[in-house]
Unconditional design. Structure first.
Length: 645
């Protein structure tokens, strides 16, 4: 799953360009990362919203640009990303520059199938170099291949690259600077399908290709993991353990981060004597931004587990299993891959719908993807679950906090599929499902470096959001919560002791510009149990969901800088019929969880949806239906929980 959430329209120019072409799971992206050293940038193809990934390679004084094209099985496109591959490799296509050379990755363990794509690429008459991947696995499974003979038969360079082998990669690198000098076949492959198949068979014979034995280990594991019953149960058990780990492993790390920010806050209080500066540093930066950074361990652990599941080959099996369930929603397994991508962020999830061949499926999946629980919701969930359920609470052998988190993710996934079903039903008029192809790679141990890079990229994106959007909004919120300024005389006239920091801060916040805005929208959210401070957090979270945590963090830090978590637990209504009563009751906290489960609190997602659909109509529909759904479900939750407690 990619972590790029903000493509630009920039491309690298002025250098020789090579394009990487291959089927999904052929080792194409791994090769791209090895060649470019992960020095990549993201952009869009002109006129379309399919992302392009480019990286620079410098070899012997030559600057090269390598582009990782979307995975495809054929140059006969049935989806937007496959159309891009066909357009890039078409020398006569206007608007997209043709590469100077093409690197085609072929899976040595499935060479017969892989050669079908190669025949189409060779017909473009562009310089081609074949990169054979998984040749070590071919040998392990009893297969064989004469690489030199295959090169002579094809008439193009062929390089076998084994994962982790610098020698193999070095041989390939030496070929890259001068694609124009690559050997080319005298004649292109035949266009007739029967003749093309005969051509492929003759290549295999010339290369003395021996088909590898079926991977017995993979077959034995798949007999269980792909079983309709046992495989589904194991999938849900895996997801359940997934969220138990988030709390059991990450909580001690989170406590350490929290202790650091508490120490930092005390340091500010003890050494910064200017009340305004002390309040800004302690409440806005440490209380606001720090309260979001506290959840970095959970974010990191989430992406560690996703990367491990992906690197092991299990996520492909999960998509296959979910294909049956997705079919009940009128969708297919590729839609599950898009929804699963939304666990990191709804933006790459929405962008992943480009792989769906049906425009109706793309639209339906796009409208449901924001309901998947993204990493931005994770910070809100962890905070609110901590207020709802005590850390030591257990239900049998399981931690209650992990159970609540699992339930939220499960309800989010079911709601996403239910929404997709509704939109598909009203838009498709019974359209037939298109074929679904899913590559099943052999099970492998995930590479530590790949996992580390994936997690670092995801955490870096989270930190970048904290350093930009969340910091900016937090500063604005601090100003709104502390303006207009009150002099000691004004505080005394209002019956507040200026020397009592907590009382003075509470009075200023309760009479701030933010309070005015919060009270204005209070009638909308009062039935859900929210007060004006929660309302401000909900409104601010439209910029980024994490800002809700930062808002409450600022308020809590102002009331009790030493123990902000205790301040949240003890927070009471400041006015209205519930004045003096505890704010975060089980009913209100549960309603907040449900509200964030359904509400579309992300302007970036709305912007990407606008780009993908080409109109503001559907983003407005998505925001409207999700807000209405969030309000109704939160109201029902508050009513039921209040009646039970």
């Amino acid at each position: 799953m990619s972590s790029h959430c903000g493509p630009t329209n920039q491309t690298v120019t002025g250098s020789a360009r090579l394009a990487l072409v291959g089927s999904p799971n052929s080792g194409k992206t791994t090769l791209f990362n090895a060649l470019t050293g992960l020095r990549t940038k993201t952009g869009n193809y002109p006129g379309v919203t399919v992302a392009r990934f480019e990286g620079k390679v410098r070899l012997d004084g030559h600057d090269l640009v390598v582009e990782d094209l979307p995975g495809t099985y054929s140059l006969d496109p049935i989806s937007p990303d496959e159309q891009v591959v066909a357009d890039v490799l078409d020398p006569e296509h206007d608007g997209i520059s043709t590469p100077d050379g093409i690197l085609v990755t072929l899976d040595a363990t499935a060479l017969r199938r892989s050669l079908g794509l190669l025949t189409q690429v060779l017909r473009t008459r562009l310089p081609v170099c074949v990169v054979l991947t998984f040749s070590d696995e071919l040998a392990r499974r009893g297969g064989s291949l004469d690489v030199d003979a295959l090169q002579r038969a094809l008439g193009v360079p062929v390089v076998a690259v084994t994962s982790g082998s610098r020698t193999d990669l070095g041989r390939l690198r030496r070929l890259l600077p001068d694609a124009a000098s690559w050997q080319r076949p005298v004649l292109p492959p035949p266009t007739d399908r029967a003749q093309a198949q005969a051509w492929v068979e003759s290549l295999l014979d010339s290369a003395h290709y021996r088909v590898p034995h079926a991977d017995r280990r993979t077959r034995r594991i798949d007999a269980v993991l792909l079983h309709p019953l046992w495989g589904t149960l194991i999938f849900f058990a895996t997801m359940f353990a997934f969220f138990q780990i988030i709390f059991t492993v990450a909580t001690p790390l989170q406590d350490g981060v929290q202790a650091f920010f508490t120490w930092l806050g005390n340091l500010v209080t003890g050494h910064v004597h200017n009340p305004l500066l002390s309040g800004f540093l302690g409440n806005a930066l440490i209380g606001g931004v720090g309260s979001v950074l506290v959840f970095l361990p959970q974010i990191a652990l989430l992406f560690v587990m996703i990367s491990l599941l992906e690197g092991s080959g299990y996520l492909s099996r999960a998509a296959f299993l979910m294909d049956r369930l997705m079919a009940k929603a009128g969708l297919e397994g590729r839609a599950f891959v898009a929804l699963l991508s939304s666990l990191a962020c709804a933006i790459p999830g929405i962008m992943a719908t480009r792989a769906l061949p049906s425009a109706r499926d793309r639209f339906a999946t796009m409208m449901g993807a924001p309901l998947m629980t993204c990493s931005a919701r994770l910070t809100v969930y962890v905070l609110l679950i901590g207020l709802l359920v005590s850390p030591g609470t257990r239900l049998g052998p399981f931690g209650a906090q992990g159970l609540v988190m699992f339930a939220l993710y499960l309800f989010g996934a079911l709601s996403a599929m239910g929404t997709a079903w509704v939109f598909k039903r009203f838009s498709s008029r019974g359209a037939a499902l298109l074929p679904f192809y899913m590559e099943m790679p052999s099970y492998r141990l995930p590479k530590l470096r790949t996992v580390a890079v994936s997690v670092w990229d995801s955490c870096k994106g989270f930190l970048r959001k904290v350093g930009r959007i969340i910091l900016l909004v937090t500063v604005v919120l601090w100003l709104l919560l502390n303006l207009p300024l009150r002099s000691d005389a004004q505080l005394t006239a209002a019956g507040v002791d200026p020397g009592n920091h907590a009382a003075a801060s509470a009075y200023v916040i309760d009479h701030s510009y933010a309070a005015t805005v919060g009270h204005a929208v209070e009638p909308v959210f009062a039935p859900l149990g929210f007060d004006w401070r929660v309302d401000i957090g909900v409104l601010a979270s439209l910029s980024a969901r994490e800002v809700f945590v930062a808002t409450l963090g600022q308020v809590a830090a102002a009331e009790n800088p030493d123990e902000p978590t205790k301040a949240l637990r003890d927070m009471t209504y400041t006015d209205g019929p519930h004045q003096g009563q505890r704010l975060f009751t089980p009913a209100t906290t549960a309603a907040l969880l449900v509200f964030f489960l359904y509400a579309l609190q992300c302007m970036s997602t709305i912007g990407v949806m606008r780009r993908e659909t080409g109109t503001w109509k559907w983003p407005a529909v998505a925001f409207g239906y999700m807000f209405a759904l969030a309000w109704i479900m939160a109201f029902l939750t508050h009513t039921v929980v209040a009646a039970l407690t």
